[in-house]
Design a protein around this ligand. Sequence first.
Ligand code: SAM
Length: 264
Amino acid sequence: MLIPDLPTPNKRLGQNFLIDPNIVRKIVALAELSPNDQVLEIGPGRGILTEALSRTAGQVTAIEVDSRLHAYLETKQAELPNVELVCDDALAYPVESLPMGTVVVANLPYYISTPLLFRLLDQRGRFPRMVLMLQDEVADRLVAQPGGSDYGVLSVMAQYAADITKAFRVSAQCFRPRPDVASAVVRLRMKDRTRLSRQEEVAFRALVKAAFAHRRKTLVNSLRDEGYALHSVTETVQRLDIASTRRAETLSVEEFLQLALALD
Ligand code: SAM
């Protein structure tokens, strides 16, 4: 077979390839994989992480959007016997077709890390844990506690669904080309039980989004501006003992949950 040249990195697709085997080892160790595990990797790129996953897990599905890299990886298929190489956009790929219990391990394309996170969280019943490399700033938002500017919709929705640890930072030296932003690896362990039904979750997410839509305003005014009935919001926050002067970024996940259930 004609082996294609290693394609030149496409910055638009977030192609910053890991070159440090030590970081690869640390990522795989965090995922605690066994030969029975099914893994989803988003963006295998040149395959450095894919090879390590292939050696450690039972089966790997690796979704790469760049057809040049997909073709390159196909030439390595003999070394990756348990890897299914898929050429697709991970935002469009039907992740719900993957088996329950699939572990997600990926060095994510940073330009779409947030929508990918929401998509994966949406299917969290399928993915008991995820080990993800992403921008350090997004990692900080994932673990942020109330009170600071990092705390927002992503923090609340992710922490509602999972226990999250920021495991370690990764220097730009560990990539080629080097990314312009700092990177970090996080681990998400999905909670066995969450408090809301699917339908209640829809209302919860809408409420959290509306609460943070006008960060500088009070929670009550932000919700009013997003179409919630003022009298009902005022009466509910009063009943829950939430001061009407508070802004969304001061509410804990628990308080958002109570508010969503009470407003329902
Ligand atoms: N896993 C490799 C590594 O660690 O060296 C590459 C990681 S690189 C940060 C992100 C990879 O995601 C690139 O290979 C890029 O082409 C791929 N990618 C970008 N957008 C994608 C998308 N929408 N769906 C799937 N893969 C995507």
